[in-house]
Design a protein around this ligand. Structure first.
Ligand code: MN3
Length: 209
């Protein structure tokens, strides 16, 4: 079964004024569709891999056939990274902040939400070139509670799953994610991202990790 472009869980204009409708439409219907199509094209050379989840394929790159390995990293990564990105956005709120188990884990790992926000913003603003900045659960051998969280960036469409990390929040810092509205002003886009971050979804992903 070929992978399909997921429907957005909200309308293209639902994140206005923080993320504009035109950017959402092009990002989802053109960029994400292209990753989806090229991911399927790569897997068609080894159709048995359609039976695995894209996440499982990206968790162990060494098991992938060499002739499609980079295509799966690029387009399979692009496919699942955007799937996650749409899910961890939601219509904006001025006083948007994490709660509960997620806030507890953030406080434990970064001392406070404000310190976390500053560190994540710096990471996303200074990521050179195209890529993603992530909040991930770092897997440790012992059952760490609350779970240890880390901030990191990856280039291109590389997934943190390939590094043994589980992403729970992310921002796309490719220019296609913000150029129409913010042009070269990435910090302004990141500032707006905080208004539409879906912390409830991130907390759900934390609990599953
Ligand atoms: Mn993108």
């Amino acid at each position: 079964m070929a992978h399909t472009l997921p429907q957005l869980p909200y309308a293209y204009d639902a994140l206005e004024p923080y993320i504009d409708a035109k950017t959402m439409e092009i990002h989802h219907s053109k960029h994400h569709q292209t990753y989806t199509d090229k991911f399927n094209t790569a897997l068609e050379k080894h159709p048995e891999l359609f039976e695995k989840t894209p996440q499982d394929l990206l968790k162990d790159l060494s098991q992938l056939p060499e002739d499609i390995r980079q295509a799966v990293v690029n387009h399979g990564g692009g496919y699942i990274n955007h799937n996650l990105f749409w899910e961890i956005l939601r219509p904006g709120q001025e006083d948007n902040a994490p709660q509960g188990a997620l806030l507890e884990a953030i406080n434990k790992s970064f001392t406070s939400f404000e310190a976390f926000k500053t560190a994540f913003t710096t990471e996303a603003s200074t990521k050179f070139g195209s890529g993603w900045t992530w909040l991930c659960v770092a897997h440790t051998n012992e059952a760490t509670k609350p779970k240890k969280l880390v901030i990191l960036s990856t280039s291109n469409q590389d997934s943190p799953l390939s590094q043994g990390l589980t992403p729970i929040m992310t921002i796309d810092v490719w220019e296609h994610a913000y150029y129409l509205k913010h042009q070269n002003r990435r910090p302004e886009y990141i500032e707006n991202f905080w208004k539409v971050a879906n912390w409830a979804k991130a907390e759900e992903l934390l609990k599953q990790a």
